[in-house]
Design a protein around this ligand. Sequence first.
Ligand code: SF4
Length: 310
Amino acid sequence: MSDSRVHLPVVGQNADPETAAAPRRRHPEWIRAQLPTKPAYFELRAMVKELKLHTVCESASCPNIGECWTRRALTIMILGDICTRSCRFCDVTTGRPLPPDPDEPRRVAEMLGRLQLEHTVITCVDRDDLPDFGAAHWAETIRLVKEACPSMTLEILAGDFKGNTDLVDIVLAADPDVFAHNLETVPRLSRQVRVQASYPRSYKILEHARKQDAVTKTGLMLGLGETREEVEAVLTELAGLGVDIVTLGQYLSPSKQHLAIERYVHPTEFAELEAFAREAGITHVVSGPLVRSSYHADGQAALVRSLRTR
Ligand code: SF4
């Protein structure tokens, strides 16, 4: 799937066996997560468990879980918790998944109906084992959620459907308020970071959704070895495409088996890139070290409504 899945390991764990014995370096002081200690976090966790749902927040060990769940902002992950892909940044388990649970869309709708949120994000694992890569399951989930939560805006963070735009249309026909698909990194690093995906295919999916007049969103992780010029080139391209919302966040390596952090991007550079993106014509940019695709999306209901009426 396509979220930027992370937790808080030390830098360079997997860079080189020779350095493995070196003293563990800490993250810079601007990468600090809030520990999940508040009752609201535990209530949400109990509800997720009761309804047998999965969240990318947990599956990806997201550093923001304490902060987000305290606000009841969570990102439910559908189609199970085992992904058929093995992106080298991602902490979600890779393997052979179970068949999709036909009752899962109902339980997602029940959970969101109980929470009465203004906006939520739903994502999925990649299901390359299914003939439609999960498109019908997505459509059913969106339909039931919209029935249960008519005033909530719904953002979906989907995979690339292997570039099949007919399948994207099945999902769009269910009328999500935002269609998000992450490019994750610059073209040069795409194959290395997302082994079974490609930049052109992801770009095509975004382009297609935009042509269907969907509100579109994408995200990039920084710190994987990309250059400033490469990031700016992607932002310029996204502005030309008319993508509505872009997120930029620091890549954090989940384990020794994942790609190492090439560098920490300073908050000042995140701010500069945000300014660059706005100047290029992207009006909604969320940029910062701990930003993830869904980070603070819960505050974007009004924005999404305004984008839908443009
Ligand atoms: S940033 Fe997204 S994935 Fe992370 S805890 Fe918040 S909602 Fe979940």
